[in-house]
Ligand binder design. Structure first.
Ligand SMILES: O=C(CO)COP(=O)(O)O
Length: 250
């Protein structure tokens, strides 16, 4: 089976202005990085900048939306449908980010429905899962991420276009990165879960990426772990320096 291609996602979250976008994209475009055969780079600006980023960004990088509606579009004020992303030729979407799960009450089932619907429309999905600090301290990390993954697994039959992003909530935006051993333990557990509950082939081919306070200083050690297939970077992705160390790994 082909090795899993390293994946680097930059989640800009709810940040930036049109001018910032121009600056970041210019720097991304100038960066010398390994070929797209080796590393896949996807940046995720806020909806309103997707078109602008798409228009300016180098062709070997692609873009992701940060969310989309759970079903076909219609009378859902404020939402963006998967069909609209297809229409704009946005190939990826991030779904189930913990900020949406926690602040907007997105449940495991709701996220799973979104994943299934986006996939059905031909959009690639970065599906986010992860435990809170309380859950980690209670020793339920694997149980929590397995339940989040199970909800998705029950609603999809093809994992080809899914990247699973393990993002421990306690590590997001806190500067408190998971140790490489902690990340590897959960990624390994998730791969075993996929092996047992989906198929060994899906376990082998699905990329499981890590997110949570990743930066140029800590990414190499994390990337060296066998089950860490890339990153979903938040804060550091607004600074282009994030690319250089990340793309030189593993
Ligand atoms: O939430 C994240 C990526 O989706 C991670 O954010 P930080 O890299 O800012 O911790």
């Amino acid at each position: 089976m082909a090795p899993r291609k390293f994946f680097v996602g930059g989640n800009w979250k709810c940040n930036g202005t049109g001018d910032d976008v121009k600056k970041i994209v210019t720097l991304l475009n100038e960066a010398e990085v390994p070929s797209e055969d080796v590393v896949e780079v996807v940046v995720s600006p806020p909806f309103v900048f997707l078109q602008q980023v798409k228009g300016l960004l180098r062709p070997d990088f692609s873009v992701a939306a940060q969310n989309c509606w759970v079903r076909k579009g219609g009378a859902f004020t404020g939402e963006i449908s998967a069909e609209m992303l297809v229409n704009l030729q946005v190939p990826w979407v991030i779904l189930g980010h913990s900020e949406r799960r926690a602040l907007l009450g997105e449940s495991n089932d709701f996220v799973a429905d979104k994943v299934a619907y986006a996939l059905s429309q031909g959009i690639n999905v970065i599906a986010c899962i992860g435990e809170t600090l309380e859950q980690r301290e209670a020793g339920t990390t694997m149980e929590v991420v397995a339940a989040q993954t199970k909800a998705i697994a029950e609603k999809i039959s093809n994992w080809t276009n899914v990247v699973l992003a393990y993002e421990p909530v306690w590590a997001i935006g806190t500067g408190k990165v998971a140790t490489p051993a902690q990340a590897q333990e959960v990624h390994d557990g998730l791969r075993k879960w996929l092996q047992t509950n989906v198929t060994p082939a899906v376990a082998e081919s699905t990329r499981i990426i890590y997110g949570g306070s990743v930066n140029g200083a800590n990414c190499k050690e994390l990337a060296a772990k066998p089950d860490v297939d890339g990153f979903l970077v938040g804060g550091a992705s607004l600074k282009v320096i994030f690319l250089f160390p990340l793309l030189s790994s593993p």
